[in-house]
Design a protein. Structure first.
Lengths: 129, 325
């Protein structure tokens, strides 16, 4: 019985070693070798440059279709709480970096329609697209 | 062997437990963080929305390279489905011909094809056809490449498709006529004697007008455009205009009615003008929804109109266009 009792920790040690090795393997497989594949994502997890493009395209579509609710719904996919926030942030960032005036103007028009115009964007409302 | 076997079993069991725990943790509890994805990973409806936004942005800025970059990585199937849906939706909703031409130019550049776009690839070609009496005066795909050489009123060099396909009508003389010049020319001419696009449209005239009385049917103006042989012509713009408004549709988008069929909902008490072509050349004026004469019960049944346009023979002078309803 005493010999049996001495063997039990050895099994336990072996099992612990096995668990640790298994965890390492599991982490390696799950995070690097075969991670979760996302296919049905939403626009809010797009890379920043794609998100920016998405906002610019929403502003362009609003220019054509004039459908403010549709534009708002699309922007809610990026910011459900404050749909106009991505428009303003992008427009002000484009102003800072000297981005396309046409894009900034479209964003300003959309921001104005959303009642979210900022002083930085106001001058662009006078621009003719 | 008897002492090593339990250790071996313990190791294997431990490894299995560790592996399962590790995978559960990495796949379910703390999976790879979902950031910095790209459009191809979007859910199907968002992907189609992305394509739609790309196309609408192209209509605004005319930047083909930018549009291509935005669609980069998306499956052609997604692009094709979304573009087709957008073009057909825009055609059915009567959006401006300029917008539709831009969309169709983009679709063509992206190798997307749908029946509705053929109309807009064709329409601005203001040139006489090689043979006036040829049935090919209907909008056929063979005339498509000509338009894309002088794409839209928007001065955007990037609209020009990369692979122009030479056709019979793409001669230097014909290319010198721009859609802009044609549009201005047409706008300055009198509405009653237009010289719009193809000869067929200029020769269309009222051939038949019949009141249709069917209980339960909403009043409509149904239009059928046929060629000289009575074969329906698809892709003809038909305008229903009234004081303060207008609706536009293109024949052939409702296959149940035939290739040359289009219909509009109409309201009693309104005087309509029915026209064809990009400029809505009026062919029927003072068209009104009227009660059915055989409705003896209470006179509330309003009849629809079925109107047939066919081209007059080439040797016949142009008749009076005012054929009131």
């Amino acid at each position: 019985m005493s010999e049996q009792a001495r063997r039990l920790p050895e099994w336990f040690t072996q099992a612990i070693i096995g668990v640790v090795v298994g965890l390492v393997l599991g982490f390696s497989i799950g995070w690097w070798l075969w991670p979760v594949q996302y296919t049905n994502t939403a626009p809010d997890v797009l890379r920043q440059d794609y998100r920016d493009d998405y906002v610019v395209m929403i502003a362009a579509a609003y220019e054509i279709e004039g459908n403010l609710e549709q534009a708002r719904d699309r922007l809610r996919l990026l910011d459900p709480e404050e749909p106009s926030a991505p428009v303003i942030k992008l427009a002000e960032r484009l102003i800072e970096v000297g981005g396309s005036t046409e894009d900034i103007t479209r964003l300003a028009h959309l921001a104005g329609a959303l009642d979210a115009l900022t002083p930085a964007l106001s001058p662009y409302l006078e621009n003719d697209l | 062997m008897s002492t090593r076997s339990p250790r071996h079993v313990a190791s294997v069991v431990g490894l299995g437990i560790g592996l399962v725990l590790g995978l559960v943790y990495t796949w379910a509890i703390a999976p790879v963080e979902l950031v910095n994805t790209y459009p191809a990973l979007l859910r199907t409806d968002y992907r189609h929305g992305w394509v739609r936004l790309t196309a609408l942005s192209y209509v605004v800025d005319g930047d083909l390279e930018r549009a291509r970059a935005r669609l980069d990585g998306l499956k052609q199937e997604d692009v094709a489905l979304a573009m087709q849906a957008l073009i057909e939706e825009y055609a059915a909703a009567g959006h401006s011909a300029d917008s539709l031409r831009s969309l169709t130019a983009l679709a063509r550049a992206l190798d997307v094809h749908t029946s509705a776009m053929l109309v807009y690839l064709y329409t601005p070609t203001p040139l006489p056809r090689p043979s006036l009496s040829s049935p090919s005066s209907t909008p056929l795909p063979t005339s498509v490449p000509t338009l894309t050489r002088t794409p839209t009123l928007r001065p955007s060099p990037s609209v020009t498709p990369p692979i122009p396909e030479p056709t019979l009508v793409s001669t230097p003389v014909q290319r010198s006529v721009s859609p802009l010049a044609t549009t201005i020319s047409n706008l300055t001419s009198t509405p009653s004697s237009p010289t719009p696009t193809p000869p067929l449209l200029a020769r269309l005239q009222l051939a038949d007008q019949e009141q249709i009385c069917e209980p339960g049917q909403r009043p409509q103006v149904q239009v059928v455009v046929t060629d000289e042989r009575g074969v329906g012509i698809s892709g003809v713009e038909v305008w229903l205009m009234w004081p303060g408004g207008a609706d536009r549709a293109v024949t052939g988008l409702k296959p149940r009615g035939g290739a040359g069929y289009v219909d509009f909902d109409a309201e009693p008490g309104t005087s309509y003008v029915l026209g064809v072509g990009e400029l809505g050349v009026p062919l029927v004026t003072s068209l009104r929804i009227e009660p059915c004469p055989l409705d003896e019960e209470d006179g509330s049944l309003m009849g629809s109109w079925r109107i047939v346009f066919t081209p007059r023979p080439l040797d016949t002078p142009e008749p009076e266009r005012d054929a009131g309803g």
